[in-house]
Ligand binder design. Structure first.
Ligand code: GRF
Length: 187
């Protein structure tokens, strides 16, 4: 199988990145992670790039043309697929057009419910019965692209934000790789 060259964008903890790196060691997994991009110099996820000797780039998002810098690096590494894994920056239409249908994102709610930030507190405040996570294609609308996979669980009365986050992230570890397999299954 010819693997797609992929780049993972991060801004924080990197638990999804770590999982994708592990899964991509499998010969039958459709992508190879060739580059990691972080919008934060202090992102914990950078340690997984270092540990696994994967090239990484820390971008200064205060610079006006930082997306061009990203695009140059994606070209340099022949990247054809992008996974957003906790990347906290909005991506421009200009950028999305270059990779349309080849950028996916993971979000900690059952989209279309609870787009944006602070999902766990909003889920609790809204007395939801269930919550979960979603992998979707990225388009111009925040957390608005077509859904690839979603997994849910029932909320316990004693679940607080911390517990919801833990349960959600456990499911994220399943659906991110499964989504990638699903996307490339028939390609
Ligand atoms: C995940 O919960 C993801 O759904 C959201 O940001 C978080 C990133 O976590 N978009 P990590 O950096 O992969 O640990």
């Amino acid at each position: 199988m010819v693997k797609k060259n992929a780049c993972v964008f991060i801004s924080g903890q990197g638990s999804n990145l770590k999982n994708l790196i592990q899964r991509s060691r499998d010969n039958s997994f459709p992508i190879k992670i060739k580059l990691i991009i972080s919008s934060d110099i202090n992102a914990n996820g950078i340690i997984y790039a270092k540990k696994n000797s994967i090239p990484y780039l820390i971008i200064n998002t205060k610079l006006r043309n930082y997306e061009n810098q990203i695009l140059r690096n994606l070209n340099k590494h022949n990247i054809s697929f992008i996974c957003l894994a906790g990347y906290m920056k909005i991506i421009s239409k200009f950028f999305i057009d270059k990779f349309r249908k080849n950028i996916i994102n993971i979000h900690p709610s059952l989209l279309p419910k609870f787009k944006g930030l602070n999902t766990f507190s909003r889920v609790l405040k809204n007395n939801e019965i269930k919550t979960g996570c979603t992998v979707h294609y990225v388009n111009e609308k925040l957390d608005g692209g077509n859904i690839i996979l979603q997994k849910s669980f029932y909320i316990n009365p004693n679940d607080d934000e911390k517990k919801l986050k833990k349960k959600t992230q456990r499911l994220e570890q399943q659906i991110f790789p499964e989504s990638i397999i699903k996307i490339f299954r028939y390609n």
